[in-house]
Write a protein that binds this ligand. Structure first.
Ligand code: SF4
Length: 410
């Protein structure tokens, strides 16, 4: 049986904003963003990181613009960057104007930190003249105190009110080239704030759980917040805020979009069973080594590593290629069909070699090259495994005899 395509909620209609050549919102694919951790004045260091982020899947990169040196750095970085750059602005109106002079593709303004209405309007006017969009980036940690006071604390309503107040200021100077974010480190607060904002504006939304922390906890929090909203059709561009190498952020963003079927797979998708008492090989080691070697190939391929032949090919029949481990042997399968049986010590090697051949020759050719005796050999292996382990998958008979002997002892 083939898998039925499951669709998430319809995407919320939004207007389109251009960040350089990258469209955000409307029918544009949901994009991945990240932010550099270098000093922006360090031109070569920042560019090296931007290239690494782009290679990992970032389509828009943000750099802080917090000093004149940073702005001058941006002037040199912008023309050499492989992706459009956004200048991150807090506190200083001069930095926003300097970033525009440096040629950035967009600005991010934090309404909690750049508060004077005249300064906000000046930036919007200057950005409008250059055709540069602005993200109104509200952050729970730096919410303007007036909104917290009015709404009784840092609430979804307070975050959204701050964002909409900034938009009103922009409208006073006829500027509407805007995207929004209402981030919080509290996942539930962030989700509710975005839901509320999505019901009030049609501008594109940049999703993020701010200060999510180091992986794995940070990945879990960010995925909980961003993934929930994306599944509801909310969100046009995303950023993981991890306390880690930003390459991890870009990679995670890309993987989330691919996992939800919102972007085409570009790289490896490894399906691996968690292993259990049935496994007769070290599944965790085999899967880890397979991932390490296959990631380097850069192939858009789905690979399965299953701990036993009992559930292996069946559970992963949609995978392009996979291995179902047996007793010191593994059944190599393509699209659920067993093509070869290989010894344990050559499992990863064979998997990688077959992945390369599959990419070069295609599924039909590789199925045609299958070992005709493989299915029978795998079936015998499976029978042998079942005989050794018994048909009692849950081990109930062992438990029952243990219970009985205890009660007899008692
Ligand atoms: S595939 Fe086999 S080894 Fe892996 S979790 Fe399932 S039953 Fe256990």
């Amino acid at each position: 049986m083939s898998r039925t395509a499951v669709k998430l909620a319809e995407r919320r209609p939004s207007r389109k904003v251009m960040v350089g050549a990258v469209a955000v919102g409307g029918d544009a694919p949901i994009s991945v963003q990240s932010m550099t951790t270098t000093r922006t004045a360090d031109v070569e260091g920042t560019l090296t990181q931007i290239y690494a982020l782009a290679a990992a899947g970032a389509e828009i990169v943000r750099c802080t613009c917090n000093s004149r040196e940073a702005a001058e750095g941006l002037a040199e970085i912008v023309p050499r960057s492989p992706v459009p750059l956004v200048a991150d602005i807090h506190f200083h109106v001069e930095m926003a104007l300097a970033a525009l002079d440096a040629g950035v593709a967009a600005l991010r303004l934090n309404p909690g930190n750049l508060r004077k209405p005249e300064e906000v309007k000046l930036v919007a006017r200057e950005a409008g003249e250059r055709g540069v969009p602005i993200r109104i980036g509200v952050n729970a940690g730096s919410l303007h105190p007036d909104f917290a006071a009015k709404y009784g604390g840092i609430t979804p309503e307070a975050l959204v009110a701050s964002a909409l107040y900034e938009l009103d200021l922009f409208h006073e100077v006829s500027f509407d080239d805007v995207a929004f974010s209402v981030k919080a480190s509290d996942v539930a607060l962030m989700i509710e704030a975005y839901r509320l904002l999505a019901s009030k504006v049609d501008h594109p939304l940049h999703l993020g759980v701010t200060e999510a922390g180091p992986p794995p906890g940070g990945l879990v929090k960010a995925t909980a917040g961003i993934g929930t909203l994306l599944a509801e059709g909310i969100g046009d561009t995303i950023r993981y805020s991890l306390t880690a190498d930003p390459v991890e952020e870009a990679r995670a963003g890309r993987q989330l979009l691919e996992a939800l079927g919102l972007r085409e797979r570009k790289g490896l998708d490894l399906i691996a069973c968690p292993s259990c008492g049935r496994a007769e090989v070290d599944v965790i080691a085999v899967a880890g080594e397979a991932q390490r070697q296959l990631e380097g190939l850069g192939l858009p391929i789905q690979v399965a590593v299953m701990g036993c032949a009992v559930n292996g090919p069946g559970e992963a029949r949609e995978a392009d290629i996979g291995i179902a481990c047996g007793k010191r042997k593994g059944s190599l399968f393509i699209k659920g069909k067993i093509v070869r049986v290989v010894p344990e010590e050559r499992m990863v090697e064979e998997l990688v070699a077959e992945a390369k051949r599959l990419a070069e020759e295609g599924v039909e050719a590789r199925l045609a090259a299958a070992d005709p005796g493989a299915a029978l050999e795998a079936a015998r292996d499976r029978e042998e495994l079942l005989r050794l382990q018994g048909g009692d998958v849950n081990g109930a008979s062992v438990k029952i005899s243990r219970i009985r002997s205890r009660s007899e002892e008692g």
